[in-house]
Design a protein. Structure first.
Length: 251
């Protein structure tokens, strides 16, 4: 993709699945990457095989804490010497019927999937504006932001919030030269989805619900993040890029 070599990129949730694939893809594009994740051991094990020289740094942190999230951005900004691209990817999902969701579980999902996205994006955007630095912010939404799915009321609500947050950020930040978009993946082959559904359910779902007849890959979603961050998407702003193999096209 055009315009990504030597860019300074912050990717949250970079220890597995889509986040790890996104870290790899930006490194392949010649970018410098700072990433974070909750579990220090998982982060170390995931990043150690990557051949990145001095172009990769990371830290373990819990983004549910606004103070910790802001500190992470400060450390990333210092190491990267300014942030050009934020990929706001970190998120969680719980499978629970609406009538059984506790307020603790509701808060946990919303804190990670929506509030942390807001805090990280706001902190990064403020630094971009103060430095007079044009940049790109890409948030992780979901096809669940565009339609309801049973068992995921808290997840659906959080991702719907990310979609509307993205649109509002685009309206306000465009004047500062900051492009803002989000990616809406459908059914993707990730460790999180396998834990939630199990392989048999995943096979049945992709057969019955996805016109392409298969689940997506983390690399395919990473490609969407990289495209939206690149100069090839220089006039794409305030959009939700769906990556779902036709899933939402089914009536």
């Amino acid at each position: 993709m055009r315009g990504l070599r030597d860019k300074a990129v912050l990717v949250t949730g970079g220890s597995s699945g889509i986040g790890l694939a996104t870290v790899r893809r930006f490194l392949d594009e010649g970018s410098r990457v700072f990433t974070c994740a909750l579990d220090d051991g998982e982060l170390h094990d995931a990043l150690t095989p990557l051949v990145a020289g001095d172009r990769l740094e990371s830290m373990a942190c819990d983004l549910r804490s606004p103070a910790v999230a802001s500190d992470m951005v400060e450390r990333a900004d210092a190491w990267l010497r300014g942030i050009d691209v934020l990929v706001n990817n970190a998120g969680i999902a719980l499978l629970e019927p609406f009538l059984e969701i506790s307020t603790d579980d509701w808060d946990r999902v919303v804190e990670v999937n929506l509030r942390a996205v807001f805090v990280v994006a706001q902190t990064v955007a403020r630094r971009m504006v103060e430095a007079g630095r044009h940049g790109v912010i890409v948030n992780m939404a979901s096809t669940n932001a565009l339609g309801g799915e049973a068992g995921f009321a808290h997840y659906n609500a959080s991702k719907g919030g990310v979609l509307q947050l993205t649109r509002t950020m685009a309206v306000e930040l465009g004047v500062h030269g900051i492009r803002v978009n989000c990616v809406c993946p459908g059914f993707i082959d990730t460790p999180l989805n396998e834990r939630l559904a199990g392989e048999d359910a995943m096979v049945a779902y992709e057969r019955d619900n996805i016109p392409l007849g298969r689940r997506g890959t983390a690399d395919e979603v990473a490609a969407a993040f990289v495209f939206l961050a690149s100069d090839d998407a220089s006039f794409v702003h305030g959009e939700a890029l769906v990556v779902d193999g036709g899933q939402l096209a089914v009536m």
